[in-house]
Design a protein around this ligand. Structure first.
Ligand code: ZN
Length: 304
């Protein structure tokens, strides 16, 4: 079976190397390898081969102002230009004018339509804490909205304890220290192993990593370089459990932020698109966020 693992990184753009850009000259071997032997900086030289594609994507969607997660993620996960639909960038939560696109065209729905016979074609690997389920008026993010519209179950603390989900920070430190939850802290290697094993059981698995955006906004006290070391270690362990002939690791973002630490806002920079594995050729013409979901669907349609 061919599978696709979608690692969504919030707030990662491509800027020229500078002392304000933690991606410059990082020495992070796996990030370098995934970008086909270059740092995640501009110029981001495109590469395309049967099992590996590297490009940059426009995240402004032809709309003025700073891109935001609500419209950026909605565009990424539907293939519809949601910023244009709303008339501006909006976020971080989904705008009501994008609900119809999210209801009917979200990537999980489109994959399920391809393979309705499989009970679990798509998965969202993030675990959500009890506080999230208890909140009486909880607000959906774009991804939880997509899950709800496609009946993709949200994973909880039991899934996390039993190795069927990942905490948003990969190790569980935030769950333990900030949410006071009784879970064991796990290594990045264990997190990678868990994501790999969820990915083995589904046609398409999404994991959302938003600490990149949080660090860019300086809402958490982690130096950007340390966060990139975490990401690099995790990705190295993840590549160890993937087989490019059967697995594809897709990495992209919704807008820039972390690549420019001279301020704490989003940027209008392009974002990286990295496709590592069999589905790479299906993304060869992708130029902006709206091209990601149609490429995923075309790739999976070819193998289902
Ligand atoms: Zn942000």
């Amino acid at each position: 079976m061919q599978r696709l693992l979608f690692l969504f990184l919030d707030g990662v753009g491509l800027a020229p190397p500078s002392t304000d850009n933690p991606f410059s000259d990082s020495g992070h071997k796996t990030l370098h390898h995934l970008a086909h032997n270059q740092d995640w900086c501009r110029p981001f030289v495109p590469h395309s081969s049967a099992l590996h594609l590297v490009r940059s994507l426009d995240a402004t969607l032809g709309v003025e102002g700073l891109p935001q997660s609500g419209t950026g993620q909605a565009s990424l996960f539907t293939g519809v230009n949601c910023a244009e639909q709303v008339g501006r960038h909006f976020g971080p939560f989904p705008h009501s004018d994008t609900h119809s696109a999210l209801d009917t065209r979200n990537v999980f729905r489109q994959i399920q339509d391809l393979q309705s016979s499989s009970p679990l074609p798509a998965a969202f690997a993030n675990a959500f804490p009890p506080q999230y389920f208890d909140a009486s008026r909880r607000r959906s993010t774009v991804t939880t909205y997509c899950c709800s519209a496609a009946s993709v179950p949200l994973r909880d603390i039991s899934d996390l304890r039993e190795g069927r989900a990942l905490p948003a920070d990969l190790t569980g430190t935030i769950w333990r220290e900030h949410l006071n939850l009784d879970i064991s802290e796990q290594s990045l290697e264990t997190a990678a192993h868990t994501l790999g094993s969820i990915g083995q059981k589904h046609v398409c698995t999404l994991f959302e990593y938003f600490l990149t955006d949080k660090v860019g906004h300086r809402r958490i006290d982690t130096p950007p370089a340390n966060l990139l070391t975490v990401l690099d270690t995790f990705l190295s362990a993840l590549l160890d459990v993937l087989t490019p002939a059967h697995d594809t690791l897709l990495i992209t973002s919704d807008h820039g932020n972390l690549e420019d630490t001279s301020h704490t806002q989003h940027t209008r920079n392009p974002v990286p698109l990295i496709v590592y594995g069999w589905a790479a050729p299906f993304f060869a013409d992708a130029t902006d966020l709206t091209d990601v979901t149609p490429s995923i669907v075309r790739a999976l349609r070819s193998v289902l």
